[in-house]
Design a protein. Structure first.
Length: 208
């Protein structure tokens, strides 16, 4: 990875302002988490403070050393233990069926081999365990999709591989997880922002 990916992007993500509406969406994604939770793309810890009290530990998967350092204050203030696990969501060292839940917020857009990562999610989840996700991806309208395809090469360069055109719901379903809840909608922003803000919020379960 180059200097931009290791030094600039983590700072941009950590410093990015999130309004109350995004925070509320994160809280919804965290709802129902319990027990041993694996969080993909922990970053600097934007979800810290939103985990339910039923969570006993969070295993953070985070490739960026700088992102991890920038989250030190948030982690120190968490009543729930947070430990750093693997660096790559595509290759988890966790045992099969060892996690009660997996949390992914604005992460599946960036992982290079998203199919491999979701296969790992399914593997480490216990039967009946769930992937909780809040992601952005491909929009339903062809006009917005055209802009997403045009903008995606620049988006990937500036934000360390972030894709705009991934069909999150289809990718999750293709992994063998069963989607039990999902909302799809644009964030309430000006129409100019639509290529970046079509969101998927849901929960998908590993079949028993």
């Amino acid at each position: 990875m180059g200097i931009w990916a290791t030094q600039v992007t983590p700072r941009l993500v950590a410093a990015g302002s999130e309004d109350e509406k995004v925070r509320a969406l994160r809280a919804r994604a965290c709802g129902g988490l319990h027990g041993e939770v694996v969080e993909l793309g922990f970053g600097s810890g934007h979800n810290v403070g939103l985990y339910p009290s039923a969570v006993t530990r969070v295993v953070a998967v985070e490739p960026s050393d700088l992102g991890w350092e920038l989250g030190a204050r948030r982690r120190a203030g968490s009543p729930i233990p947070i430990v750093r696990g693997d660096l790559d969501g595509q290759w988890l060292s966790l045992p099969d069926a060892s996690a009660d839940a997996v949390l992914s917020t604005f992460t599946l857009c960036t992982i290079p081999d998203v199919h491999r990562a979701l296969a790992e999610v399914r593997r480490v989840l216990r039967p009946g365990g769930a992937l909780h996700f809040l992601e952005h991806g491909i929009a339903p309208e062809e006009g917005v999709q055209r802009w997403q395809r045009l903008l995606e090469p620049v988006q990937k360069r500036v934000f360390d591989g972030c894709h705009l055109t991934r069909p999150i719901d289809r990718l999750v379903a293709e992994s063998g997880l069963v989607i039990e809840e999902i909302d799809r909608a644009y964030a309430l922003t000006p129409k100019l922002m639509r290529p970046w803000v079509f969101g998927y919020l849901g929960r998908a379960v590993r079949p028993a």
